[in-house]
Ligand binder design. Sequence first.
Ligand code: CLF
Ligand code: SF4
Length: 494
Amino acid sequence: MVQKVISLSSVARPASLSEMRAGLNQGGCSSKSGTGCGSSQGPDDMPAEVWEKVKNHPCYSEEAHHYFARMHVAVAPACNVQCHYCNRKYDCSNESRPGVVSEKLRPEDAVRKVMAVAAKVPQLSVIGIAGPGDALANPHFTFPTFEAIAKELPHLKLCLSTNGLALPDHVERIKSLNVDHVTITLNAVDPAVGEKIYPWIFYNHRRWTGRDAAEILLERQMQGLEALTRAGVLVKINSVLIPGINDHHLKEVNAAVKARGAFLHNVMPLISDPAHGTHFGLTGQRGPTPAELKTVQDQLAGGAKLMRHCRQCRADAVGMLGEDCGGDFALDKLPEIPTFDPEPREAYLAVVEQERAARRAADDAARRRLAVSGDASKYLVAVASKAGGRINQHFGHASEFQIWEVDSSGSRFIGHRRVENYCQGGWGEDDALENIITTLEGVTAVLCSKIGKCPQQDLAEAGIAVSDAYAQQYIETALAAWFLDRSRAHSKTA
Ligand code: CLF
Ligand code: SF4
């Protein structure tokens, strides 16, 4: 029943509000779902008109990504830039994980697909164009697609992602189409760094290489950012963290984009694999470890606000962040003329408002309990959560863990760490467990809804405590209870 309610692959419309509530606790289309967010940027943290724009956007609001889904339509095949971390056979890795080539869509197909998804997925709130090339290198596909979607489904937010080279030429159109959210991938503000990332660009009818290419691109990115913020469009900056190339430079990038009004800064780890055939992959440039990513993110504290819940989605991803149900909506499976009924969505929005209020209240209560603990410790804790901000996933089913930091001032979401499932169809996989232990470097404890004795023992031997005693609680409630239990246990043994 639950799967029928908010499963993205289900054809059934929601049957009741209580079923939707249950659905929030069960995740979306598959068991690999996972969501999580920490410090809740809420209505008290920003002007009301900005909150209105971000409150249901799963990327621009950490809180919203527990409840809302995005859909990418892959209508933009061409690109005007070459990045050393990209192989055009794969999706644009500015905004997506290299992996499988997307189903490229014509604008009319994209609108049909959006209609079909909106009809089945009440969580759908945002339509993004993020490749597989660059949205603004394909304006003749990108803008007609947005126009048609806005006409059919005006409640959906429009969002695009670009390398920024063509951005200054399109700011007016972006504004006039009510595209409220634009991401610019900006990896450097110094051309000396930029030229190590971009071998060439195509601009003003010719190819530019080396330092010239980097200078033009970086200048155009900054012009675009300034023009968008002047126009009231919310801009997110994506920076790919490339160890040895821009890791020491991202603080400068963060300060520069903050000064120009960027709303969020998303530092994404380079994904580098020789199998993807990228220049970096083939020349041995490695991506950062989770600890290196955290170090850089921590260094940016106090600058432009950070996004930490990015999942580096594909350019044709459909569903909650961390999920991809795109396969259920392939063109050949869609009805000729999908119809959209607004009622399930309205009912879903009402449920979400109640859930949000309950979770915020739980977080406040948890902070009050922590504040009087008098314990100066600080821990990293890994959490297995399918959805809804609760501890509701078995250890063996987790394909990612949310990493939280907890101390007497409260708990904060730090990021996700992907892992291979420990449970492989009924039995535990020792190699997977070893990798999980390595991935959980720096983590003191794991909270999950259930775990077997064997993995629990192996984790304990590696110095990581595991507990399923907080199953089904809100993450913040569970972390506070775990912290206070640990504090009491330590003071007894001291
Ligand atoms: Fe798509 Fe990007 Fe819009 Fe989100 S994704 S175009 S802002 S709707 Fe989000 Fe995916 Fe990260 Fe992008 S999790 S890769 S940040
Ligand atoms: Fe690839 Fe995107 Fe860079 Fe273009 S902008 S080269 S599609 S990563």
